[in-house]
Design a protein around this ligand. Structure first.
Ligand code: UD1
Length: 349
């Protein structure tokens, strides 16, 4: 059976790795888990490992936060001796963070085949660090696990096709199917909101947090929504120091996976710039407004579950969020049948 060296580092990667790690174990594969330390606060990291039943990583590189070059370089320097020593059959990476890029680069230079989960996503906006990470990782990968037919087509357009590209579905859907929602009522009480009576919002993308006009438009828009219904904003540590108090909006500490799932299922509407939350809102049947200029998850816009609202003004954001209330999209199954992780494990085994 194969030996898989998995590299994770950021919150969404812990979620994606959870079903795949379990499927690898069931297939009898050996997994060596490396955490780069890109996310390190208890609420951003350990809590996810605990809630998702992920094994403790064998190594935590503890790279922490810094500029892109310094952070990615530190990850590469830390990973290289581990990959050389472990000589896995596969190096497995997820998504589009700097941890993904560092893992792919190190493995490719050591001639270890790279397997990429969530391959083929494109925003076609190279100003996003994530787009650079995706492009490079996909072009270095030996096995590309695409979540959607759009992703397969994006890869084909770049000349990546054939047996190396596998349409497996979305591992976040696999994870969402087993999210325990039993604690929702108590959480809503604690937050002072009612089921289907509030807006759940998150903001963390550099393109929003690092551009004052965009961040002001989002916060102004959420304040306007707060005039109509409570707005709960679990806040990424990158965003918190930049926003202070937002009138009418309940800004709270980051939540874990289970609490987030409960709020996504209970919210009347979701407003977010996160890729994962766009899909998780849909998995839980809640309409979503994406606070970006484009999205990689175009299927949800096509099906009507998601609407893009580029944060150009508070009025635009507020209007888009209120207009999404009650919207129900068309039926579809764009993210597979909940067996993405099993297919990935099979291919790697
Ligand atoms: C990263 C990913 C992004 C992903 C997101 C998920 C890159 C380029 N970006 O963005 O694609 O959507 O993770 O959450 O890889 N910080 C803390 N504690 C932590 C982690 C971060 O305080 O545990 C703060 C630091 O001030 C840090 C900032 O957040 O500088 C940004 O963290 P970083 O990991 O660089 O990027 P994210 O915004 O989390």
């Amino acid at each position: 059976m194969s030996k898989v060296l998995t590299v994770v580092g950021a919150r969404p990667q812990f979620i994606k790795a959870s079903p795949v790690s379990k499927a690898l174990r069931r297939r009898g594969c050996e997994e060596y888990l490396v955490h780069t330390g890109q996310h390190y606060d208890e609420a951003m990291s350990e809590r996810f490992f605990r809630e998702l039943g992920l094994d403790e990583p064998q190594v935590n590189l503890q790279v922490g936060s810094s500029s892109h070059g310094a952070q990615t370089g530190a990850m590469m320097a830390g990973l290289e001796p581990i990959v050389s020593q472990q000589r896995p059959d596969w190096l497995l990476v997820y998504g589009d963070t700097n941890s993904t890029l560092a893992g792919a680069l190190v493995a490719a230079k050591l001639h270890v085949p790279v397997a990429h989960v969530e391959a083929g996503l494109r925003s076609f906006n190279r100003a996003m660090p994530e787009e650079i990470n995706r492009l490079v990782t996909d072009h270095l990968s030996t096995l590309l696990f695409a979540p959607t037919t759009t992703a397969v087509a994006n890869l084909a357009a770049e000349g990546i096709q054939g047996d190396k590209v596998r349409l497996v579905g979305d591992v976040m859907f696999d994870a969402a199917l087993s999210a325990p929602l039993g604690g929702a009522a108590a959480l809503l009480d604690q937050l002072g909101v009612t089921r289907k009576g509030f807006c759940l919002a998150t903001v963390h993308r550099a393109e929003n947090t690092d551009v004052p006009g965009r961040l002001e438009a989002i916060m102004g828009g959420l304040s306007a929504v707060a005039g109509q219904m409570p707005v709960v904003l679990p806040c990424h540590p990158r965003t918190r120091p930049l926003i202070g108090q937002v009138p009418g909006v309940s800004v709270i500490d980051p939540l874990g996976y289970v609490e987030t799932a409960c709020l996504l299922e209970s919210a009347l509407v979701v407003a977010t710039d996160s890729g994962g939350l766009q899909k998780e809102a849909y998995f839980h049947g809640t309409p979503c407004v994406t606070l970006r200029d484009e999205t990689e998850w175009v299927e949800l816009v096509e099906l009507g579950w998601n609407v893009l609202s580029p944060p150009v003004s508070a009025a635009a954001v507020g209007t888009a969020v209120l207009a999404a209330v009650g919207r129900v999209g068309r039926e579809g199954a764009p993210y597979g049948n909940g067996e993405a992780a099993v297919r990935i494990a099979e291919a790697l085994a």
